[in-house]
Design a binder for this molecule. Sequence first.
Ligand SMILES: Nc1ncnc2c1ncn2[C@@H]1O[C@H](COP(=O)(O)OP(=O)(O)O)[C@@H](O)[C@H]1O
Ligand SMILES: [Mg+2]
Length: 268
Amino acid sequence: MQHPADVRCDQPTRRAAVPVVRLEHIHKVYHLGEVDVHALRGISLEVYPGEFVAVMGASGSGKSTLLNIIGCLDRPTRGKYFLDGQDVSGLSKDERADIRNRKIGFVFQGYNLLRRTSALENVQLPLLYNGTPTAEAIRRAQRALAIVGLQERAHSFPNQLSGGEQQRVAIARALVNNPSLMLADEPTGNLDSRTSIDIMSVFQQLNAERGMTILLVTHEMDIAQYAKRIVIVRDGRIVRDEPVKNRRDAAKELAEMPPLEEEEEAVI
Ligand SMILES: Nc1ncnc2c1ncn2[C@@H]1O[C@H](COP(=O)(O)OP(=O)(O)O)[C@@H](O)[C@H]1O
Ligand SMILES: [Mg+2]
């Protein structure tokens, strides 16, 4: 297997930079009664600032377990994890919650928005936990909503928004703390194909224009091809790690699609 650092000659400063994520021989074993489930079996991985990585693999291959460890929601049974150069493998639950709030933005398949809470308030939530003054929190939440193109919907509730809009709110919430790393677990899993491309255009834009480092889990090759690098996991191990060839451009694809009305008529 070729190491990605050896093939990415477009980023000459890469070796000098501190990786956002550095995993060394990570193992995760879940104890289920009498049974041990060995979900990760020695994962080593480095992700550098500005990368956009898709982690792919079949259901049960360990993708979510890996993402949860990288996101400090869980910790490895064995192995070392350095986040922005800091060893976080041995941190307590509270310490992990603190570092997660400062450094990680999470996007989930099911959006995970609070239902009786406006888009603006949902986006402010991570700022409530770290004591940001209200006026500042509102200002930053508005800016995050503007980045995902939803400034007009700040006062809408989740049930007044489409699935794609709800996922944009979730991305704004993940952005609001200006994290080192954005993590997304099957973010298009609940969306139709056009809306999926739309959401991928948001991730591509964040990566290209703001240099956001993104690690996204998907089981669909179509979606992985919007990333710059694909890591394939099988049975808790990385079996492939390579740059994306023929990378897809979501904004371009959307621009070339017929308007929605025409498409609907065509279906009828
Ligand atoms: N909390 C848990 N307790 C016990 N086993 C788990 C838990 N989470 C995941 N597993 C097991 O670990 C393996 C990897 O699961 P997961 O990381 O969810 O895979 P994926 O996201 O690729 O579908 C599976 O065998 C799964 O059943
Ligand atoms: Mg999963």
